[in-house]
Design a protein around this ligand. Structure first.
Ligand SMILES: [Zn+2]
Ligand SMILES: [Zn+2]
Length: 136
């Protein structure tokens, strides 16, 4: 695996990555902590909205969106207008592409995905419900 020097998606610090990790070791650790807080929060508030999670935990919506892109979280509503397929713009519940496009792109997904993280995009619609993917 190639080691590349990239900017941390969060703090901007240079660090050595294997190409898949977009956070420096310090931010990565914090990221795990944040994710655990979201997990706990959603356990106590199973139908919390994205903005609610963001406000109560003081985490940026862009960070929650990143978890959605990483398929660590999932939006309950199919027509959510919050998370969109990178290829065709259709609403998706998690990940980067809709089912159709992910079949089309298949093996390219991982490499495309690494270039995506840290891109916060638009925060217009933040009232969707989020939950965890089963079994994660
Ligand atoms: Zn960092
Ligand atoms: Zn698509």
């Amino acid at each position: 695996m190639d080691i590349v020097r990239i900017n941390c998606a969060k703090c901007g610090r240079f660090f050595e990555s294997n190409g898949f990790i977009t956070l420096c070791p310090i931010c990565y650790k914090q990221d795990q902590v944040d994710f655990e807080r979201i997990r706990q929060y959603l356990h106590e508030h199973p139908h919390a909205k994205i903005f609610q999670v963001s406000t109560d935990l003081e985490l940026p919506v862009s960070q929650i969106k990143r978890y959605l892109r990483e398929e660590r979280l999932e939006i309950l509503e199919k027509d959510n207008l919050f998370l969109k397929c990178e290829a065709c713009g259709k609403s998706i519940c998690s990940g980067v592409y809709c089912d159709e496009c992910s079949r089309k792109y298949d093996n390219n997904i991982r490499s495309v995905y690494t270039g995506y993280a840290g891109n916060s995009g638009s925060n217009r619609t933040t009232s969707q419900q989020i939950r965890f993917l089963p079994g994660r």
